[in-house]
Design a protein around this ligand. Structure first.
Ligand code: GDP
Length: 303
């Protein structure tokens, strides 16, 4: 967790510095409030939440009748934290009564799905859980290979298609079925992310999910994690909507937060989908995954 704070501080400090210097001005006039709103917008917080935050902060400053920068900054921190919705449950749902817990990982190609599956597997293994990977991205030959490489790196097995172009749903089925037979704690299924068209994607993901649930006796999968690249901003939001229409998302993994000054996308995407950001990707390495902690996040934004 200390790492989340450190890494974000580096990439997001522009937002914090901008806001803090604006709030430290002698006069908090109309132009200053507008600049504050623009600064939030530039960090990808989204138009609605940015306007709301400024309205609320402004009202609280007015009621308190204070210009003290320390006080105003504390209020800003509170309002930013409220936007991130600290009450949401962000734990991965992997400790249900029945084994295995099944996690489907969805998102467009390049978002960081395979990397994220590898990183999550590593965390679960470190917590002494048994893990099995399912390579249900059967459209790209390299995808299954990449996943299996992650698997051997972290010491877990990968269920793969017998031939290229096989039905992704059948691979998902076999992975879950094997998990049931072997009493595996967690099965992580990597899916294909071709956004060829919305209907195709919906059909395919819907089918993968339905078929993956068959070996579970109809019990629903435990998590559907949407992996989103934080650097894609509003484009990413568009994609997020399409995926959320295709399957019920239970949590978001925001990757590449190490490479953007626009950490505000956390706020925008949670708002849009109504589900929590559970994990964040902070680099390409196996250990570059952190639970999303609202307090740390806001502190890093304001650094
Ligand atoms: P997929 O197509 O969705 O499975 O995406 P990949 O897992 O293959 O990742 C695409 C690229 O993004 C790879 O080069 C990864 O190393 C890189 N990547 C994934 N997650 C992160 C992250 O959190 N930070 C950075 N900087 N790069 C990442």
């Amino acid at each position: 967790l200390a790492r989340l704070r450190d890494r974000l501080a580096k990439s997001n400090s522009t937002l914090g510095r901008g806001l803090l210097s604006l709030l430290s001005q002698d006069t908090l006039d109309e132009a200053t409030w507008e600049e504050i709103e623009d600064t939030l917008l530039l960090a990808d917080i989204g138009a609605g939440p940015s306007a709301e935050l400024v309205d609320r902060l402004r009202e609280r400053v007015r009621v308190l009748g204070t210009r003290d920068p320390g006080t105003v900054q504390a209020l800003l921190r509170e309002e930013l934290l409220a936007l991130v919705d600290p009450q949401m449950d962000r734990a991965l749902n992997v400790d249900g009564e029945q084994k295995p817990a099944v996690i489907l990982v969805v998102g467009v190609n390049g978002a960081g799905k395979t990397t994220t599956v590898g990183k999550i597997a590593r965390v679960l293994v470190a917590e002494h859980r048994s893990v099995l990977l399912g390579a249900a991205d059967t459209f790209r030959a390299a995808a299954a290979e990449q996943l299996a490489t992650w698997g051997s790196r972290v010491g877990v097995e990968t269920e793969r298609a017998e031939q290229e172009g096989a039905d992704p749903a059948s691979v998902a089925y076999r992975a879950v079925e094997r998990g049931v037979q072997e009493g595996t704690d967690v099965v992580l299924v990597d899916t294909a992310g071709r956004l060829q068209n919305k209907v195709g994607l919906m059909d395919q993901l819907g089918k993968v999910k339905r078929v993956a649930e068959k070996p579970l006796g109809g019990r629903p999968v435990d998590e559907v994690l949407l992996v989103l690249d934080a650097t894609t901003g509003q484009n990413g939001m568009q994609q997020a909507r399409v995926f959320a229409e295709a399957v019920n998302i239970s949590g978001i993994v925001l990757t590449k937060l190490d490479g953007t000054a626009k950490g505000g996308i956390v706020v925008a995407v949670q708002r849009e989908l109504g589900v929590p950001v559970k994990l964040v990707g902070l680099g390409e390495g196996a250990d570059d995954l952190a639970p999303f902690d609202p307090e740390e996040f806001v502190d890093a934004l304001l650094r």
